[in-house]
Design a protein around this ligand. Structure first.
Ligand SMILES: O=C(O)CCC(=O)C(=O)O
Ligand SMILES: [Fe+2]
Length: 201
């Protein structure tokens, strides 16, 4: 059974960040790991720079040369099916999550500080195979506000509101292989500024 909120017994470390533990069973985790490994993974490419993590995009991919999202193969049936089970755990509508990203982080791979591209909206992440440290930071006048959240294997996280828009995130380089499945909505029109971060958790 998914368990919600335990780690973040209120308030969450960053408004808009939610975590559901045991979002999938161990058997499902094994099945998803095999599906990720069987997907056409390729080293993440940023211009000339090649990242250590292996990725594949569905539904939409980001074209860094043109600085805009571009088409990608449709979500495979297993991923569309997973989306219908995961999105409701965060009270979200599955069909809004039109982008799928599979990642395998082999030892030494992580992801550096970034905010997801503004063309994308909310971010759902399923963390598999090994515990990971999700770090968050936000620039303040005095320096950086920082938080670190442990993502247990099989946990699902949501980046929305302030956590999505005002904070950067990164994953510490892994010592053992971790896999993740990220689902994203496309951004709607920019919300009025005063509504930012006013979501309820
Ligand atoms: O692996 C993860 O859970 C995070 C991936 C991520 O932040 C991204 O691809 O934008
Ligand atoms: Fe990200």
């Amino acid at each position: 059974m998914p368990q919600q909120g335990e780690l973040f017994a209120p308030p969450p470390p960053v408004p808009g960040l939610r975590l559901v533990r045991e979002a999938v069973s161990e058997a499902e985790e094994e099945r998803l790991a095999a599906l990720i490994d069987a997907a056409p993974l390729a080293p993440f490419q940023f211009g000339q720079w090649e990242g250590k993590r292996l990725t594949v995009n569905y539904g939409s991919a980001y074209d860094y040369q043109r600085a805009r999202p571009t088409e990608a193969p449709p979500l495979p049936a297993w991923l569309a099916d997973l989306r219908t089970r995961l999105a409701p755990l965060m009270d979200r509508a599955p069909e809004d999550f039109v982008q799928g990203l599979l990642i395998r982080y082999d030892p030494g791979a992580g992801i550096g500080w970034h905010r997801d591209r503004p063309q994308y909206g909310e971010v759902l992440g399923l963390s598999l195979s090994a515990p990971a440290m999700l770090r968050l930071r936000r620039r303040t006048e005095a320096g950086f506000d920082r938080r670190t959240v442990e993502l247990p294997p099989r946990s699902l996280y949501l980046l929305s509101g302030e956590a999505r828009h005002d904070w950067e995130h990164s994953i510490t380089p892994m010592e053992v292989t971790r896999r993740s499945i990220t689902l994203r909505t496309m951004a709607g029109p920019a919300p009025p500024l005063q509504r930012r971060g006013s979501e309820t958790w």
